[in-house]
Design a protein around this ligand. Structure first.
Ligand code: NAP
Length: 325
């Protein structure tokens, strides 16, 4: 019997690739050139590993009728047409949980770097070579300890961020659709509606998935509610924040700063005006980017792929093949 055909949208760790190649005919997008739309690439496929965020559409499913499984190497699957997969009985898997602590660590890297001016300090000393005398009046930041953080989207990653905040003696507010009294009791955190959370927080950290409800959930009206001294962290998805409104809020001093790991569009255009602002920091989508975590994600993505190709339930499934709607 012919080996199943699999496409992988970015290079994955070699040891995992070898295991997949031992059972499948694999094509992997190796270059740093932008991936053409997957539908135009190599249909028909039996399996797809998406590592990156190119749209996986109904059109792609229709050009690849043999497709059994889409395995997302990541937790967010907003780039995959979930309904179209369900309608066609295509299994969809992702890699939840394994990256929560790692992404929470990166949230804190962004938060601390912004509050304490780590990048301007780097530019001052390394880039501009301006540290020629001790100036006690430069680069004052904001206290993190004993401040208030508002976590919007309190799921796996939000929970891990909250736990870290307690080590900084912070007051933790959170918002999600369904309250978690057990977490309120365990962590001493407080539920708040979004409006009040934005008013009270010194740091607002976004951890919602990208959905019809969360697209542009932070825009002009929300920035107006935030403190002028507040800092926004977005490590969720770029379109959760309206970037025109973000630019305006940072430029006009409606908020003090923003640090993001995700942008709209992604990658952000190199001439985007946000990149000219000193109070804006962007990382190139590094939330889960550690050696250990990427290995675990690749392993889970492979397990989902093999299960889907063999008609079994995905161990980390969003849609199971038998759930045809
Ligand atoms: P999760 O466990 O599913 O948590 C998501 C949380 O968002 C849930 O608490 C959910 O609350 C809440 N939520 C959903 N819709 C909401 C709404 N309209 N208003 C308020 N809260 C809402 O997901 P996770 O594993 O923590 O990951 C969260 C997201 O982070 C992913 O979807 C992905 O986009 C992003 N992410 C980014 C990176 C990166 O590299 N930058 C890495 C990993 C993940 P309910 O339970 O009440 O619905």
């Amino acid at each position: 019997m012919a080996s199943p055909k699999v496409f992988i949208t970015r290079p994955i760790p070699y040891s995992i690739l070898k295991k997949i190649q031992s059972e499948c005919e694999v094509e992997m997008w190796h270059t740093s050139a932008i991936l053409p739309p997957i539908a135009e690439r190599i249909p028909p496929l039996d399996g797809l590993i998406t590592y990156g965020h190119e749209p996986v559409t109904a059109e792609m499913f229709d050009t690849s009728p043999s497709l059994k499984v889409v395995s997302v190497m990541g937790v967010g699957y907003d780039h995959v047409d979930e309904d179209a997969a369900r309608e066609r009985g295509i299994a969809l898997g992702h890699t939840p949980g394994v990256l929560s602590d790692t992404t929470a660590d990166m949230t804190w890297a962004l938060l601390l770097a912004t509050a304490r001016n780590v990048v301007p300090a780097y530019n001052h000393v390394h880039v501009n070579r301006e540290w020629n005398y001790y100036d006690p009046n430069i680069l004052w930041g904001y206290d993190v300890h004993h401040s208030t953080i508002g976590i919007v989207g309190m799921g796996r990653i939000g929970y891990a961020v909250a736990k870290r905040a307690l080590g900084f003696d912070m007051k933790v507010l959170y918002n999600k659709r369904e309250r978690r009294p057990d977490w309120e009791e365990e962590l001493g955190i407080e539920y708040m509606d979004l409006e009040q959370l934005l008013k009270e927080s010194d740091f607002v950290s976004l951890h919602v998935p990208l959905t019809d409800e969360t697209i542009h959930m932070i825009g002009e009206a929300e920035f107006e509610l935030m403190k002028q001294t507040s800092i926004l962290i977005n490590i969720a998805r770029g379109p959760v924040v309206n970037h025109d409104a973000l630019y305006h809020a940072l430029k006009e001093g409606q908020i003090a700063g923003a640090a993001v790991d995700v942008t709209e569009p992604e990658p952000i255009n190199t001439d985007h005006p946000l990149l000219d602002l000193d109070n804006f920091l962007v990382a190139p989508h590094l939330g889960s980017a550690t050696i250990q975590t990427r290995m675990k994600m690749a392993t889970m993505a492979m397990e989902n792929l093999f299960a889907g190709l063999n008609g079994k339930r995905l161990p980390y499934g969003v849609v199971q093949a038998e759930e045809v709607s």
